[in-house]
Design a binder for this molecule. Structure first.
Ligand SMILES: NC(=O)C1=CN([C@@H]2O[C@H](COP(=O)(O)OP(=O)(O)OC[C@H]3O[C@@H](n4cnc5c(N)ncnc54)[C@H](OP(=O)(O)O)[C@@H]3O)[C@@H](O)[C@H]2O)C=CC1
Ligand SMILES: CCCCCCCCCCCCCCCC(=O)OCC(=O)COP(=O)(O)O
Length: 314
């Protein structure tokens, strides 16, 4: 009897998995909704992934509102987009730039008003801006823990909450956030960054459930390493700039490919996208299914990094 049940179950499970895979492939092949004419706000658009997202959404015909702290670099992106040649069939729009610091809580509401004035509404908010961190917890000033949280978490949610009422009123909109693989697993010497990305994941998961009834989807994107200036711009435990292009960053994903994935995720209204290689993907499952092993691996990773940093005579 057991053999009959077991023998019948395997083909059933395999067929189920096959059908599910086929369904996912078919979904990916669908073009999804168009962003032509949509008003898309991108934070951190002056560099790296944000800049590439700006190029991808501009080429797709979106009306862009680009945000960042550095007016000159942001204006340069606007000029580059204006001068870029795109598909002649597609109508493109001159982007608008709004300059503000996400870490300064009192400026975000005013910035949101300015953003809304650009094109009269916001259809898609891409929360991309962020800063990383390198340091060991015992030597890290509390002010650094707070600063990273201010930019990556509080600034991001403040802008989201400032723009949300106008979306709810129209029963239309889309909220996107660029989190990280480190929003799903915490690795040593990244406390401030990993904590800010875990908080981000939690907040936007709550938001997704709360605003689905208004027809507003929430997309959380969790990439692995991307070739940008993130490590160079990272802060250390005493608040100074790390200033190094890490090998992991240098050999990361091409930001243009990640931007294409972001655009696809928006078109398909995806809920949660992990863009990572095999090891981080396995590690995410391991953290839930076999935490003891995951913690052991992380301790050994911490030990290895500590030994590499020790002066030779110690
Ligand atoms: N690179 C990577 O390996 C990975 C990156 N990510 C995430 O991708 C996102 C983009 O980072 P990436 O392009 O890699 O890094 P970059 O350092 O190249 O870009 C960061 C952007 O964020 C903006 N920014 C930083 N702090 C603030 C602030 N206080 N207020 C407003 N804007 C700010 C910067 O603009 P400006 O300085 O002009 O103000 C800049 O445009 C981040 O959220 C990051 O966590 C996720 C996974 C991997
Ligand atoms: C039995 C098989 C075990 C296999 C599991 C091995 C565990 C491997 C650990 C993998 C850790 C991956 C960390 C990836 C981190 C990452 O991609 O972060 C993306 C970023 O946000 C980069 O920011 P950073 O400032 O850290 O450069």
């Amino acid at each position: 009897m057991d053999r009959v049940v077991g023998g019948g179950l395997l083909p059933l499970v395999l067929t189920g998995v096959g059908v599910l895979l086929l369904y996912r492939i078919l979904l990916r092949l669908k073009p999804g909704t168009s962003v032509q004419g949509a008003v898309v706000v991108i934070t951190g658009a002056s560099s790296g992934l944000g800049k590439e997202c700006a190029k991808a959404f501009h080429a797709a015909g979106a009306r862009l509102v680009l945000c960042g702290r550095d007016a000159a670099r942001l204006q340069q992106v606007v000029q580059d987009l204006k001068g870029s040649s795109t598909d002649q069939q597609k109508q493109t729009f001159t982007p608008c730039a709004v300059i503000f610091d996400l870490a300064k809580a009192d400026t975000v509401d005013k910035a949101a008003e300015e953003i809304l004035k650009c094109f009269g509404r916001v259809d898609i908010l891409v929360n991309n801006a962020g800063v990383s961190y390198r340091g060991n917890i015992v030597d890290t000033h509390m002010s650094v823990q707070r600063d990273v949280m201010e930019t990556n978490y509080f600034g991001t949610i403040a802008l989201t909450q400032a723009l949300l009422p106008s979306m709810i009123q129209r029963h239309s909109g889309h909220i996107v956030v660029i989190s990280s693989v480190q929003g799903k697993l915490a690795i040593p010497y990244r406390s401030a960054y990993a904590a800010s990305k875990h908080a981000t994941q939690a907040y936007f998961d709550c938001l997704r459930a709360e605003i689905e009834c208004f027809g507003i989807p929430v997309t959380v994107i969790s990439p692995g390493y991307i070739r940008t200036n993130l490590s160079i711009n990272a802060v250390t435990g005493d608040g100074s700039k790390y200033g190094v292009m890490d090998k992991t960053t240098e050999s990361g994903w091409d930001p243009r490919d990640v931007a294409t994935t972001v655009l696809k995720a928006v078109r398909h209204r995806s809920k949660d996208v992990v863009l990572a290689g095999l090891l981080p993907s396995v590690a995410i499952y391991l953290r839930t299914l076999w935490p003891a092993l995951f913690f052991k691996l992380m301790s050994s990773r911490a030990r290895k990094i500590r030994n590499q940093q020790k002066p030779k005579n110690e």
